[in-house]
Design a protein around this ligand. Structure first.
Ligand code: NAP
Length: 430
């Protein structure tokens, strides 16, 4: 290609890193043509240089010494696909301070420290690219940053965690318990040995923090996001949901309000005719609404080595082009510090309750009175057959939109009624 090659340092050679290295080493001419410059993989930082790798790679390229990647002045771009918070965040800060551009797939670092890293990068006149940090291979960040930049984003709703979507799908289709569905997901390679991050909604909250920060150009921290996992969803809820015309999904939702934004992750009943209700298996889907464009739906593989490497190497080509042309092709971010997140209690939503009640006169009236006193209006009330062995009846209540705080108070007050054995399920309706 003539011009001086662009030297790239890579941190991580696991599921994603091996695919990134494989594409860089095996597809050099095509990448160079698209980037307008030869891309040279100069060094790969790993923890253990002796470990067997899934790709063939020159052993000389590997190092376990961070300074060989971070302090080599010939490396202009650092790709980080190692994961976790520290030491990776410090590595990225160090690289930026040394004037290197950064590409990362790390949602934890970007959700917790993204705005600071982007500010530091802007000061050093380098870029931080993180397309792979949310939605794997689905082009989300570039969609917000480039294609939708003429819009005011009004809301973003997403099925953004493939593991929980797979698990909920199996509970719905095969009537499996949560534990059975998680075990199946682990056997199929869709869930980690410790699935807490996914099942508890933490992973989705990290991704939503990044998405809402980018969509509205504000700083949304993961801890500001209301988060509830899928631990309490039971197989019977899928049956009632279907009867009522809904699917159950782990939804990440953010919405603009005057001077504030709503940002929440929780299982929700989604109308069967909504596109998010039809997201199957480990797929991800993101539904965006902008004031000019209207509604846009992005669907695809939200994880996996190949799809994630597609986003990483796409960022690399884009970055390489602008580095060599000495232009910044993408607008930089500026974050408005004055916009906060609406507390969940102030969010208006509809709700579904499944209640175990004593099968005796006056129970329905008592439940209705609690809702009335909390200002919650009921849209449907179904009483299922009593379980004759213990005289328990199952009540299913759907409400009209109400303040979440009122819905929660109604739930607590009902649980305290003498005639109520348990409020077994509470789900917000999307
Ligand atoms: N896998 C996916 O589907 C996916 C999807 C989207 C985003 N991501 C993100 O991509 C990143 C990588 O994920 P992955 O699945 O590829 O992880 P992985 O398979 O566990 O690989 C991690 C790699 O990073 C290296 N590494 C970890 N900590 C290190 C450290 N302190 N210093 C040097 N090297 C270190 C490891 O070295 P050794 O090999 O020597 O142990 C390994 O090669 C994570 O941020 C993840 O959230 C992954």
């Amino acid at each position: 290609m003539g011009a001086r090659p662009l030297n790239v340092g890579l941190i991580g050679l696991g599921t994603v890193g091996a695919q990134v290295a494989g594409r860089m080493l095996g597809w050099g001419p095509q990448l160079s043509r698209r980037a307008g410059v030869d891309l040279c993989l100069r060094k790969v930082l790993v923890r253990d240089v002796r470990k067997r790798r899934s790709i063939e790679i020159d052993h000389e390229l590997l190092t376990a010494d961070p300074s060989q990647v971070l302090d080599d002045p010939s490396i202009e771009v650092l790709i980080e696909v190692a994961g976790g918070d520290e030491p990776v965040r410090s590595y990225l800060e160090r690289a930026i301070a040394a004037g290197k551009h950064v590409i990362t797939a790390n949602k934890v670092v970007m959700a917790k420290h993204g705005p600071e890293l982007l500010d530091a990068a802007a000061e050093r006149n380098v870029d931080v690219c993180f397309e792979a940090a949310v939605g794997g291979g689905i082009p989300l960040i570039s969609t917000f940053r480039v294609d939708l930049q003429a819009n005011r984003i009004e809301r973003v709703s997403a099925v953004i965690n493939g593991t929980t979507n797979y698990v909920l799908g199996r509970m719905s289709a095969a009537g499996l318990s949560l534990a059975e569905a998680v075990a199946e997901a682990q056997a199929a390679g869709y869930a980690e040995a410790d699935p807490t991050d996914d099942i508890g909604g933490f992973d989705a909250a990290y991704k939503l923090a990044i998405l809402s920060s980018i969509a509205y150009e504000i700083k949304v921290r993961p801890e500001e996001i209301y988060r509830e996992g899928i631990e309490r969803v039971e197989p019977v809820d899928f049956r009632y949901a279907r009867e009522l015309g809904y699917a159950i999904k782990l939804i990440a939702h953010t919405q603009r309000h005057p001077g504030r934004v709503e940002a929440r992750v929780h299982p929700a009943m989604v109308p069967l005719d909504h596109p998010l209700a039809r997201v199957e298996g480990a797929e991800n889907a993101v539904f965006v609404e902008g004031d000019l464009v209207g509604q846009v739906l992005l669907v695809g593989q939200g994880a996996g080595g190949g799809p994630t490497a597609s986003a990483v190497v796409g960022d690399l080509i884009d970055l390489a082009r602008s580095i060599r042309r000495r232009v910044q092709s993408r607008p930089s971010f500026s974050f408005d510090d004055r916009i906060g997140v609406v507390p969940i209690g102030e969010v208006k939503t509809r709700a579904y309750y499944r209640i175990q009640a004593q099968d005796k006169p006056g129970v329905v009236a008592a439940v209705g009175q609690v809702f009335a006193e909390e200002g919650v209006s009921i849209s449907s009330f179904i009483q299922k057959d009593a379980f004759s062995h213990d005289q328990t009846a199952e009540l299913v209540v759907m409400t009209h939109p109400s303040l979440d705080a009122s819905l929660q108070r109604a739930r607590e007050r009902m649980a305290g009624l003498e005639a109520i054995r348990a409020v077994s399920s509470f789900l917000r309706v999307f």
